[in-house]
Design a protein around this ligand. Sequence first.
Ligand code: UDP
Length: 330
Amino acid sequence: MKRVLITGAAGFLGSHLCERFLKEGMYVIAMDNLITGDMRNIEHLMPNPNFEFNHHDVTKYVHVPGELDYIMHFASPASPIDYLKIPIQTLKVGAMGTHNLLGLARVKKARFIIASTSEVYGDPLVHPQTEDYWGHVNPIGPRGCYDEAKRYQEAITMAYHRYHDLETRIVRIFNTYGPRMRLNDGRVLPAFIGQALRGEDITVFGDGSQTRSFCYVDDLVEGIYRLLLSDYALPVNIGNPSEITIGEFAEEIIKLTGTDQKVVYKPLPQDDPKQRQPDITKAKEILGWEPKVSRQEGLQITYDYFRNLPKDRLYEETNHRGFEGFSHVK
Ligand code: UDP
């Protein structure tokens, strides 16, 4: 049985990866420090004999007994609001966390994959973004702690690949959505759906002309799975090329939720990228991958998830619940 370590396992993407790797018949060692992760995302996996959870901060020395075939480093704050609240942790998990896990991968002779991001392209001057574009990043702006942590993460991963011959993979993830996103993390989709469900105005930042391209989480997980099993060490974009302005996106959410709230305009945050669309030629050629779930379909599933949550979750300030209250944690 293959054994995989997944960091950030209690987060949005991490929890979906845990499910997928369990389905593939692997033993999953989940790790999270629960700063932005939430045990409720993986609670249902706890009874599975092929699943274990370790409450640990990967910026500290990481010890995992036994063999490991794969290490997937998905721990990181990932929303602009989180970077503002916890910039140092964001830098540390990308830098020191990645270094610790690369060391672990060497010892275990495990294949290593990191969650990189379209943020390495910054506010891009090339559109759509291809993997060979070096980016347009402000290192000292509010997003700098995330963008530069992720760029460093790519650099140190390539150094271990070249210098130590480690098997490494780099996925550049574009905006992804689906069930288990945090309602209060400030990202545009949970923000809009949360506002609609609470009966608040829909807050579009700027004039709403900036674009994003949203990928449904199952499509992303499939792309990551294929990349991990491939033999390709250079970065690969995974995302849905269907691009939309944030203004149009707000209209879609209003239609989907049937809310009678109106759109209000707020100032555009500093360094907010004006456009973003993945060029997925490489993923198509190397992995035979392309997204399958339309935005209409994916948004419906995501909305159904959010509206079926207990009402009080809509008003939660933070989900930093920590370890307490989970006596069944192994
Ligand atoms: N945005 C918005 N209203 C909100 C939250 C976000 O208009 O309540 C905009 C934000 O300015 C950005 C886009 O939506 O242009 C996507 O933001 P998000 O934080 O989801 O991710 P990003 O792609 O910027 O990292």
